[in-house]
Write a protein that binds this ligand. Sequence first.
Ligand code: SF4
Length: 236
Amino acid sequence: MNEKLKEILIHELETELGVVKKINVQQIADQIYNIGFQCIMCGKCCRRDFGDNRVAITTTEIHNIENESDLKWEEIAEPFITEAESPEEECKINSADGLIDEDGNIHTFGWMLKRKKNGDCSFIPDDATNNRCGIYKLRPLLCSTYPFYIEGFKLNTSECEGIGKEISHQESCELAELVLKRYILELEDTILTYKNYIGFKTGDNSLNIAESDLKQGYLNYIIHYSEGSCRIRKKI
Ligand code: SF4
C-alpha cells in the first residue's frame, strides 16, 4: 500500500466514522426487536467445527481484558490470519496477496482471539456440552453483539440459530448500543492501524522462505495494528 492509497483509505474511513456517529440507535434497536434474537448457548459461534469462528479484537479490548484479568496479551490474542485449511495454504494465500515480505514474514492487519490447537476459541471449555464463555464479562464486542453487525451503514446478521426468537425492547436497545459502539471502535482501530502502517518489500523468494520456516515448525508474522507493528514467531 503506497502513501497515496493510505491517505485515501484513511479519508474514506474518517468520513464513514462521521456518518456512523449520527446513526439513530433507536432505529437499530427497532430492527433488532423486529428480527428477534435470543442466545441459545449452542456455542457454534465459538467452535471451529461450525464455520468461521475468528473473533477480531481491537487493541482497546485486549488492554481491557489484560487490565481486568490475569491474562497476558499473548494468551488473549494472536495475529488475524486467513481461514486457510492448513499452514501451507495460509502461506500460498498470503503470497498470492503480496503479503509475504522478502524475509518470509507474513504481514497481517490486527488481532483475533487466540484459538486452541483444534481451532476452538481459547475461552470455550474443552467439554463440548459446556458452552460457557470463560471471559463472559470481558468478552469482545464481536461476541456480545453476535449475530448482529453493521456494514455499509446497515444492520446485518450472521448465521445463528437464535435469530427470530423473542427479545425485549430493553434488550434490543442494549444490543443496538453495543452494535454501534463496536462499529465505531473497529473503525477507529482501523484508522489508527492505517496511520501507523509502514510498507514492506516483497521478493521473488518470499514464499520459499516462508515455506522453509514452516518446515522448521514455525511461521513469522508481522502484525500491523493501531499501536504500530510487531513481529511474532508462531509455532505451527
Ligand atoms: S470469548 Fe467467549 S463468547 Fe467469544 S468466542 Fe470465545 S468463548 Fe465464545
